[in-house]
Design a protein around this ligand. Structure first.
Ligand code: SF4
Ligand code: SF4
Length: 57
């Protein structure tokens, strides 16, 4: 998945829902690491619509 940093308000909501522990929130940005499977769960919880998933299936 990719996070639009202009829309993301760094609420942290996506971090806790990822079943693969793939989302990392650092000082300036939020994003997924290589553990991301593009499952789409975080996309549904983001209140800002900042997450876009390119599904592999
Ligand atoms: S849920 Fe959305 S707005 Fe909140 S930190 Fe994640 S990407 Fe950013
Ligand atoms: S798409 Fe799924 S695996 Fe990837 S960061 Fe979001 S919740 Fe985690």
């Amino acid at each position: 998945m990719k996070v639009d940093q202009n829309l993301c308000v760094r609420c942290g909501g996506c971090v806790g829902v990822c079943p693969f522990d793939a989302i990392e929130a650092t000082d300036g940005s939020v994003g997924a690491n290589q553990k991301c499977t593009d499952c789409g769960i975080c996309e549904r919880v983001c209140p800002m619509g900042a997450i876009k998933v390119e599904r592999k299936l």
